[in-house]
Design a protein around this ligand. Structure first.
Ligand code: NI
Length: 176
């Protein structure tokens, strides 16, 4: 079911979400179905459970090249639960981000360039990956949602925050 995405200003987006304790349940499957439906409906690159008002540490993401976003770096479709992020090195990189909870806008956000992330899939199987660049950026953006952080809170130079049509006229841009 497509759910309403909460927008910046809603206090539920500012709370720390809780760990999933039990995997493989119908409730968790229903949550993931709703998250996938909602993300697909909005052509999103990622979605965190608190964005649909569910305060649990569950995120999904995935990006594929398509005519709308021909230049995008691909990211595999992933369900990540109770994530742990470990930066690999201290190198940070600024890059443009958008968010389904801040629709129509974009800001330049510093993120770790490389990191390891680990967590669980919906059946409770543990996995970890080492990633960099856009994949690393998407994971950091989504996991921030679980700690009540929205990307505008991380922008260092607010002159690099604005509306999509003004910053990037005529371009369709993915939001997370
Ligand atoms: Ni977001």
């Amino acid at each position: 079911m497509i759910r309403e995405v909460l927008r910046m200003g809603d206090p539920r987006l500012l709370q720390r979400s809780q760990e999933i304790q039990t995997f493989g349940t119908p409730e968790l499957q229903a949550l993931l179905t709703d998250m996938r439906d909602t993300m697909a409906h909005l052509n999103g690159a990622g979605l965190a459970a608190p964005q649909i008002g569910v305060g649990l540490r569950v995120v999904i993401f995935g990006v594929h090249a398509n005519p709308r976003y021909p230049d995008v770096e691909e990211v595999p479709d992933t369900v990540l639960i109770n994530p742990v992020l470990t930066p690999l090195g201290e190198e940070m990189e600024e890059g443009w981000e958008g968010c389904l909870s801040v629709p129509g806008m974009r800001g330049a956000v510093p993120r770790y360039k490389r990191l390891r992330y680990s967590g669980y899939d919906e059946l409770g199987r543990h996995f970890e990956r080492e990633v960099q660049d856009f994949h690393a950026r998407v994971v950091q953006h989504e996991v921030d949602h679980l700690d009540g952080i929205l990307y505008p809170m991380r922008i260092r130079d607010l002159s690099k925050f604005g509306f999509n049509e003004a910053l990037f006229p005529g371009q369709a841009l993915p939001e997370e």
